[in-house]
Every structure is written in C-alpha cells, then in structure tokens.
Design a protein around this ligand. Structure first.
Ligand code: OGA
Ligand code: MN
Length: 222
C-alpha cells in the first residue's frame, strides 16, 4: 500500500478534538487509538528509522538550556527536533496547529507555540517517571505524544504509564505505543514514564507552550 500522506488530511477529527478537550478538563489526560492517519505514521516512522540507521539522531538529555545533562540511567532515547523538512512532518505539525486552535478556543489557554521531536528508543531503553514542566520554571503547558510503530507486539513492553496527578503511586493508564495512538496531558500535573521497551520504539513527543519569558528570564525552547 502506498502511504496516502500527500492527499489525506492528517487533522484530528472534530469528534476526537471534543473528546480530547473533555478528557483534559475532567482528568488531565487523554489517550485515543487510531487517531493519527496510518499513512502519515508510516511516513514519519520511516523518517525516524532512517535517521536511527544513519546516525541522524542525538542522544536525549534532561533539563533545558545550560542545565542540559545526558543521563542514560534516566532516559535512553535518541531524538531529532522536527524541522519541517518533509511533507510528513509538515502534515503532523499542521494537525498540531489545528489542535492548538481548538485548545485555545475551548480552554482559553493562550498557547502560542509548539515544539516537537522524533524519539527512538532502542531495545532496553526507558524514561523514568517525570513531569514535563515545573510550575514557574518552564512554560510547557500541554504535552502530546504520537506513536509511530506499526504492529506493536503484546509482549513488546515500552508502554507509557500515566499516574494520578494527586497520587503519583496510583497508575491510571498504560498506553501501548502502537501507530495511530495519540496521548495528550497537562505538562505540569501528570507524572508519566516509559517502561523498558523490547522492540525499537518510535514516537513524536511535543509540547504546546505559553509565553517564553518569565520575570525577564528567557526560558529556552529546548
Ligand atoms: C517525553 C515522554 C513519552 C513517550 O519525551 O517527555 O514522556 O511515550 N515521552 O514517548
Ligand atoms: Mn515526558
């Protein structure tokens, strides 16, 4: 089958956008299966796998700007920031731009920017439990994860575990990283982790951001 990426719309359906907004308001997180067009996932997956093979990825770190540290004991993925280089990237970013408008319209969040990177977790890699943003520091407001690997096996591991915002010992969801699945959550509130994967695991992690300077201190985008 030829990926239909050039012709079909990548946007989330209106029904998905409504369900997503409701879930964010009610519980702080949303997960949907079959949300991202599979032809688009296939094109994005090929792009990140090609980079993984030809050394086109950077080791992921923790912290931003000058506090950036490489810590394989905390996270083991390799990344590439989306740069609009391919049609597939531009279609994904267009879908996120529409989602941004829907979120701003429904929730008055004042989101003004979106940053995202491909992630490739080799077998054995994981990402320990964390928050994507700390109140008063960075300005990531809403996190998104789009999964790209087709036919994820039931014993493949690599699930993203979502924990309760008020009780981080309570697991509330386990997300299988299957192509088409899309997750979205409040960056400051929802603890989450990636369990060790047994298969190469590909995704796009992204963040809607608010104003980049806080008290005169510029918050670096990455
Ligand atoms: C992240 C992250 C989750 C995932 O990159 O901050 O939590 O399932 N990713 O890839
Ligand atoms: Mn995260």
């Amino acid at each position: 089958m030829t990926p239909s990426v050039a012709t079909s719309s990548a946007a989330l359906t209106p029904a998905t956008q409504v369900a997503l907004v409701d879930a964010l308001v009610e519980q702080g997180w949303y997960v949907g299966n079959g949300v991202i067009d599979l032809g688009l996932c296939e094109a994005l997956n090929s792009e990140v796998l090609h980079r993984a093979v030809y050394n086109g990825l950077d080791e992921a770190g923790i912290g931003r700007g000058q506090q950036h540290l490489l810590r394989k004991d905390i996270r083991g993925d390799a990344i590439h920031w989306l740069d609009r280089e391919s049609v597939a990237q531009r279609r994904y970013l267009e879908a996120m731009s529409e989602l941004q408008q829907a979120l701003n319209h429904a929730l008055f969040l004042g989101l003004f920017e979106y940053e995202a990177h491909f992630a490739h977790y080799p077998p054995g890699a994981f990402y320990q439990r964390h928050l994507d943003s700390f109140r008063g520091r960075a300005n990531r407001v809403i996190s998104t994860v789009g999964y790209l690997t087709p036919d994820w096996p039931s014993d493949g591991g690599g699930e993203m575990v979502i924990y309760h915002p008020d009780d981080p010992s309570q697991e509330v969801a386990r997300v299988v990283p299957e192509a088409g699945t899309f997750a979205c959550f409040l960056s400051e509130k929802i603890p989450h982790e990636v369990l060790p994967t047994r298969c190469p695991r590909t995704s796009i992690a992204g963040w809607f951001r608010r104003n980049a300077s806080l008290g005169g201190v510029l918050d670096p985008a990455r």
